[in-house]
Design a protein. Structure first.
Length: 546
């Protein structure tokens, strides 16, 4: 079949609307569909190929302001942030200090660095940490408002919403004294908005979004406004920047800056709701429209429809008929003033004026597609934030045990990864600075010949950070599985208690010992797990013995 050609006014074939690309393979297509610039689906999709700092820093203020507005005014967004905070950080986020005694023993050749020493050292550091982190005077906080756990939670909230968690460590010897601070280390949470280039300049080779870097791209200092740009009462400070070094000459952290790095050479972060801002805003508008329509339908349940329109009738009949029409309308008004109708009682049968009829409003709200649209958007939000759609909507009516547990396990993987990243990037530097001060004060159990803190800082400060437990979907089935895992040697009490309860396993054992003693003091029979006086030959039976 011959090709059909369209001719122009001059009799020649018209040129194609789109010229064919010069570089095509033999099949007439580019090797990858993703590179096609001429298909109807991709022709107008030409995103720019920018560096990570150019993608984020130029538009950061606009993006962050929109995400914050969602977190303030939208229940789905606020709930998503709260759910991650409660599951990853919780109410009491704390370190379980576990020094690397094997590395210390190898470094020094001292066999005194063993598991027993590590346990004693960890207990001493954790006791000092509790004294500092939960100080009733809040001297751990530069602003004297929050405990360390609360500041960690606030920093993580900034990271989730703004993309950055920022803090400055100070050493406040002026606060030491009787009835005041026990330790000089103090933390100040900084709003990430204050981290910016001086005088709002564009990014330079050595300054990216307020982060000053060296030739290797490593941060060496941070430019922080003295006041937030919105603090009109501190106008002079809003246009003044301080250059704060990343750390002291001997490596003690001063500025702590944590964000999720998605590309190499990136120096600022994005909040977790950034990819779904547009979809969440569409859901808000749709939700608001449905709500307004439902309210209007509820208010205007019915109305009276007259057969006459005054202007139309007057125009059709002429000016001479205006008096007759006016008399009709006056009669209608007088009739309804005497016989006021109400639809509150369905048993009444209203009497209408001649020519009138009642028209009801169809109150089918929300529309049938609303729930499906809402669920689709929430699933999109759940995928972006690493949660299950049930966690965001808090609707568990359509799930069973298996699906609920599967959703929890998948979400838990993301939560533990977020917790680990934040612990490394934000919490561990705080702990390191605090342990350095504890070393300087003295009193820690150290064997003879122990290396100086600066010579083995990483080994001395090794720790696991403990947050809330994973929880249970079916406590009976899952606790049986935990018992089987420990009996088979595939799990430990420490792991099970930490993951499922979010508690310290040693504190759990200590509490159990106190409970057993309390049972015996009162002459009560301890629970089955506390039957410690059973002879060994009665607990292990020979299969051949009856």
């Amino acid at each position: 079949m011959n090709d059909v050609k369209i001719l122009g006014l001059d009799g020649r074939p018209l040129a194609p609307a789109r010229p064919k690309p010069a570089a095509l393979n033999g099949s007439g297509r580019v090797p990858y569909d993703a590179a096609d610039s001429f298909s109807d689906q991709l022709a107008n999709w030409q995103p720019a190929l920018w560096s990570p700092d150019n993608e984020i820093n130029i538009y950061r203020d606009r993006v962050v302001s929109r995400v914050r507005d969602l977190a303030r005014n939208d229940g789905w967004a606020a709930g998503s942030i709260t759910r991650i905070l409660d599951n990853a950080i919780g109410a009491n986020f704390r370190p379980v200090v576990k020094p690397d005694y094997r590395a210390l023993a190898m470094q020094t050749g001292n066999k005194a660095f063993d598991a027993a020493w590590a346990d004693e050292y960890g207990r001493a550091v954790e006791a000092a940490w509790r004294t500092w982190a939960n100080d009733t005077g809040r001297y751990c906080d530069v602003e004297r408002k929050l405990t360390v756990s609360q500041m960690i939670r606030l920093g993580f909230r900034h990271k989730l919403i703004d993309g950055d968690a920022l803090a400055v460590l100070q050493y406040r010897r002026d606060r030491l004294g009787r009835g005041r601070a026990t330790y000089a280390t103090a933390v100040q949470i900084i709003d990430p908005d204050r981290l910016s280039n001086p005088q709002q300049q564009f990014d330079l080779r050595s300054t990216r979004g307020g982060v000053e870097i060296d030739d290797d791209g490593a941060p060496v200092a941070y430019w922080i406004r003295q006041a937030h740009m919105g603090d009109w009462w501190s106008a002079e400070k809003t246009v003044t920047w301080d250059r704060v070094a990343r750390e002291t000459p001997w490596g003690r952290p001063i500025v702590i800056h944590d964000f999720d790095q998605e590309r190499g050479s990136q120096h600022r972060g994005n909040g977790i709701l950034t990819p779904v801002v547009q979809k969440m805003k569409m859901l808000i508008k749709y939700d608001q429209s449905e709500l307004e329509a439902s309210i209007l339908n509820a208010i205007f349940g019915a109305y009276i429809e007259s057969p006459y329109d005054p202007q139309m009738v007057e125009g059709a009949l002429g000016a001479g008929s205006a008096n007759e029409l006016g008399e009709y309308q006056s009669g209608r008004i007088e009739f309804h003033n005497d016989r006021r109708m109400s639809l509150q009682n369905g048993s009444r049968m209203p009497i209408m004026y001649p020519g009138e009829k009642i028209t009801t409003v169809n109150a089918s709200r929300p529309t049938s597609n609303f729930k499906d649209f809402e669920n689709a958007v929430l699933r999109n939000v759940a995928a972006a934030t690493g949660q299950s759609s049930q966690q965001i909507s808090q609707d568990w009516s359509d799930v069973n045990y298996s699906s609920a547990r599967a959703a929890m396990l998948e979400a838990w993987k993301t939560l533990t990864r977020r917790r680990a990243d934040f612990s490394i990037g934000f919490c561990q530097p705080i702990l390191t600075a605090f342990i350095e001060e504890v070393f300087d004060i003295g009193g820690l159990p150290l064997p003879a010949g122990a290396p100086d803190f600066l010579d083995a800082r990483t080994a001395y400060c090794r720790a696991n950070w403990m947050g809330p437990g994973r929880g249970w979907v079916d406590p009976v089935a899952e606790k049986k599985g935990a018992i089987l895992g420990m009996d088979a040697g595939m799990s430990t009490l420490e792991r099970e208690v930490a993951e499922n309860e979010g508690e310290d396993w040693e504190e759990t054992l200590d509490q159990r010992a106190r409970e057993v003693a309390a049972f015996k003091e009162r002459g009560l029979t301890p629970p089955s797990w506390a039957q410690l006086d059973i002879p060994a030959q009665q607990t292990i039976k020979d299969p051949e013995t009856k």
